[in-house]
Design a protein around this ligand. Structure first.
Ligand code: BTN
Length: 240
């Protein structure tokens, strides 16, 4: 695969036609051969056989239908979850530049018109972390999902990967130079969760309320005072 555009935004870029999981591969390789895998290394694949999703779920990457990519962050600054948020913001921004109103469902699902087009998974190791994104190029037969093809957008792997990596580079630079304040306003603007009634499933149970904020730690604020650091959320519509 020709990855000329994308390789400009990676310190090292490796492509696999088929791989178990790009996150898993990169997290293991980065520990074994540190010098071969500098900060900003990228591993991508056209198909994953054991793609991982959030909360121990699987992530479907059928052949030719999906873009799977993982980025290595050595010595991350601040809390690890910010890098997952940055990657989701990068994808939403990249899509917005293609004239699509993309946004985020907290914490890091990328949505277009309420449907999921990309998901992000961060995995931390000792002194590094890997953030991975799966983007639907073609329809993937999962309820509530949408693809670039559905939206009549460019489905070229290299074009889309380069667009995401370029935005990520900029966002990461801003975050690492100026901290959370540099990205928080953008994050709140991009959020499709804020202002919605939501149902949140956390480890300690389920709660419902109005999403009123995202605080400086990236937590979702419900009804102005309930802070949620991790969970799965559902945007409730109408009388739900
Ligand atoms: C989710 O929405 O549940 C997160 C999905 C993350 C999928 C990506 S695809 C590239 C990287 N490798 C994996 O195994 N998972 C992430």
């Amino acid at each position: 695969m020709d990855l000329n555009l994308s390789s400009r935004h990676a310190s090292r870029l490796i492509f696999f036609e088929k791989l178990g999981s790009t996150n898993e591969y990169l997290i293991n390789q980065a520990a074994i051969e540190q010098s071969l895998w500098p900060d900003g290394s990228v591993v991508c694949a056209a198909t994953q056989t054991e793609g991982r999703g959030r909360n121990q779920r699987q992530w479907e990457s059928p052949p030719g239908a999906s873009l799977a990519c993982s980025i290595l962050i050595r010595n991350p600054q601040g809390a690890a979850h910010w890098y997952g948020i940055l990657l989701a913001m990068a994808a939403a921004k990249a899509l917005s530049r293609q004239e699509v109103a993309a946004g985020l469902k907290w914490p890091n699902d990328v949505l277009v018109d309420g449907k999921k087009i990309a998901g992000v998974l961060g995995q931390a190791a000792k002194d590094y972390l890997v953030v991975g994104i799966g983007l639907n190029l073609k329809p993937v037969n999962i309820e509530g999902s949408v693809s670039l093809q559905d939206l009549e957008l460019n489905q070229d792997f290299d074009f889309q990967l380069a667009a995401i990596l370029a935005e990520f580079e900029t966002l990461r630079g801003d975050y690492q130079l100026h901290g959370v304040t540099a990205i928080l306003e953008d994050l709140r603007d991009i959020s499709h969760t804020l202002g919605q009634r939501v149902k949140v499933t956390t480890e300690s149970g389920t709660l419902q309320g109005l999403a009123t904020g995202i605080d400086s730690e990236g937590r979702l604020v419900l009804n102005h005072d309930q802070k949620i650091s991790a969970g799965d959320i559902l945007h409730l519509r109408g009388t739900e």
